[in-house]
Design a protein around this ligand. Structure first.
Ligand code: GLU
Length: 299
């Protein structure tokens, strides 16, 4: 028997939500409703240099204004540092992690990484410190020792996905040189702690999924199913993101935002008059789609 559905939305408070993040929020909320499941909220505020004061409060307000209500308490990653440390200690005691003394520049400059980057679009870590720090070097970050082999999973929107993390990414950072716990580690620990069964998020995180599944398996957690929705693109073809200065949501017209997000997900405009109506109809359309091989309708 499968576990009762637990979904989540996990924004980083580096600014208010914009249309791109609204699309991910709408998809995860409607998927949770379509399954009669819970929808949890987690604030990913570990990357302190990027955290903007007041952004968390604005995000909560924005979600409320869009008619999205979360179950239980909001989880703040900044209050969970002890849990990341314990998981790290467990990984360290089993020799799954090691200190790395390389700077970003050195990794980017390595010949191996340039060659492989051409193939995969990412810059893999060449493994310089895997068997010990080179003489005279001090550990800066901590990396996870990625096993060889392919990770395969089925994305509920995109269908089958395969990634060889050792080739495409290499040993990845789980504790940054500035002492901050890396997103990849924290997300896995928190999804497990919150009992998340289903991750619904933007396609920009698709390339992180295999890493997260390896970590989850190594830590003895069950692996949530995933659904990555297309990214919202602005008029000039750029991904709508805080980095690209996407505008914060205009909360004077919440229904318009929901409608736009829905269309960006590739659905036909819903004929609805208010937010409640939107959620009811969107949920029923989503339920109909769920019966297909994957949500995108590709078999
Ligand atoms: N905090 C991440 C972001 O805002 C999302 C993490 C996730 O959904 O796994 O992009």
């Amino acid at each position: 028997m499968s576990l009762p559905y637990v979904g989540r939305f996990a924004p980083s408070p580096s600014g208010p939500l914009h249309l791109g993040s609204a699309v991910a929020a709408v998809a995860s909320y409607v998927d949770a409703r379509a399954h009669g499941g819970q929808w949890l909220l987690r604030i990913e505020d570990l990357d302190t240099p990027r955290v903007v004061s007041g952004a968390t409060e604005i995000i909560l307000h924005q979600l409320n204004a869009l008619g999205m209500s979360w179950d239980g308490e909001v989880l703040h990653q900044s209050r969970r540092l002890g849990f990341y440390q314990s998981a790290f200690d467990a990984l360290l005691s089993l020799n799954y992690v090691y200190p790395c003394g390389c700077t970003r520049r050195e990794i980017a400059d390595s010949v191996l990484s340039v060659q492989a980057a051409q193939l995969s679009g990412e810059r893999p870590y060449p493994g310089t410190c895997r068997h010990g720090l080179p003489e005279g070097r001090q550990g800066l970050s901590w990396r996870f020792r990625v096993p060889e082999g392919v990770v395969a999973f089925k994305d509920r929107w995109l269908g089958p996905v395969v990634q060889d993390v050792s080739q495409a990414v290499g040993d990845f950072v789980i504790k940054r040189a500035d002492g901050v716990w890396a997103y990849q580690l924290a997300v896995v620990i928190d999804d497990a702690a919150q009992g998340v069964t289903d991750i619904v998020r933007g396609e920009d995180l698709l390339s992180s999924t295999a890493r997260q599944q390896i970590l989850a398996t190594t830590l003895g957690y069950s692996v949530p199913s995933v659904l990555h929705v297309p990214l919202a693109i602005d008029n000039s073809g750029l991904k709508l993101s805080k980095q690209n200065n996407a505008a914060s949501l205009d909360l004077t017209q919440p229904l318009k935002i929901l409608q736009k997000s829905w269309e960006l997900l590739g659905f036909e405009r819903l004929k609805v008059i208010n937010i409640e109506d939107f959620w009811a109809q969107a949920t029923s359309v989503w339920v109909q789609r769920l019966s297909r091989a994957n949500l995108h309708g590709i078999n």
